[in-house]
Design a protein around this ligand. Structure first.
Ligand SMILES: [Zn+2]
Length: 80
């Protein structure tokens, strides 16, 4: 279901869809346990602050950025 070059704009999708995606990549437990961190600032990722989900490793894992402006900028620097 993933095109690895396409990020997912999280504000466009539902919590239940986030859950579904993370269950597929086996990262749902990490979300619940607070083990997912923003690739830019290192903040713990939760449903409230997920900004960007970026499929990596052929869509088998998701890389996260939180919803801070700085982190969205960092995402652009890293990937665009
Ligand atoms: Zn961040």
């Amino acid at each position: 279901m993933f095109d690895r070059k396409n990020k997912i704009e999280v504000n466009a999708i539902l919590d239940t869809q986030i859950e579904e995606i993370l269950k597929k990549t086996s990262q749902y437990e990490d979300l619940i346990e607070g083990k997912l961190i923003c690739s830019s600032c290192g903040s713990t990722i939760n449903y409230q602050n997920i900004g960007i989900m970026l499929p990596i490793e052929n869509g088998t894992k998701i890389k996260f950025y939180c919803d801070r402006i700085d982190c969205a900028e960092q995402y652009k620097l890293d990937h665009e």
